[in-house]
Write a protein that binds this ligand. Sequence first.
Ligand SMILES: Nc1ncnc2c1ncn2[C@@H]1O[C@H](COP(=O)(O)OP(=O)(O)OP(=O)(O)O)[C@@H](O)[C@H]1O
Ligand SMILES: [Mg+2]
Length: 261
Amino acid sequence: MSERTAVREKPERVELDTLRERLVHLGLAHAAEVLSSEISDGVKHNRASHVVVDRLLASEMTYREERRMRTSLRLSNLPGGMTLGNFDFGFQAGIDRRQIETLATCAFVGEKSSLILQGPPGVGKTHLATALGVKAIEHGFSVAFYRLEDLLHEMRKDAHVPPARLRRKKYFNVAYLVIDEVGFEPMDREDASLFFRLVSYRYRRGSTAITTNKSIKDWPGIFAGDDAMTAAILDRLLHKSVVLNIRGRSYRLQELERLLK
Ligand SMILES: Nc1ncnc2c1ncn2[C@@H]1O[C@H](COP(=O)(O)OP(=O)(O)OP(=O)(O)O)[C@@H](O)[C@H]1O
Ligand SMILES: [Mg+2]
């Protein structure tokens, strides 16, 4: 009897449990979970064995990617419900859709450019900075969102942390940092200097998005009236930057008007 016939007569039996254990051992826990359904589906639809294996691996990859997105979104602190998908470009005619779509490729994050979104209340500054954060996470970048007040609170606590440990702080090392609501309250000298330290550290190391209601010429008023410090901050932020000056109506007011009608 040839070896071939022997193999055919005595087919190798692999128990599903053994296969599942191997997958778990290799760290493919999700594939282990869907193994039996993929195999029975494969039999039902008469799929070739390589297709079954491919579907199993693809399912593991999709599961991992979704888990990574969920974890990164949670850690980023980005506000929920603000994506490019639900941004109404028709409402805000002053926004160049193509420019936002270019930003959504996240090349600017890779280039460590800054993004400054300025304009009056309700025009979509936070929405756009956040939606680009979601895109950045999709592209695999680390992201963090802070309202300025919360960021200053963190930075004050860390004011005396030695530089080597400071580098591990999220607001220092994420690829894309959103600082929301800059300019609502003027900063005192200490806060302005903490802000300068942050901008200075992140210069050429990461991308920083700032939303503000103040136009750049009024920035000395934000930073304790210190022209020299403001110039140093702006110099770093504007060196490589995109400035979006959003002029338009408040989406909040428009929603209110609709409700009142
Ligand atoms: N063009 C738009 N399409 C859909 N929703 C929008 C649009 N613009 C704003 N919104 C929504 O309106 C609300 C206010 O927008 P957002 O928070 O981005 O305003 P803002 O410019 O940051 O205002 P503020 O200066 O008061 O912080 C949010 O819930 C946001 O999702
Ligand atoms: Mg806002």
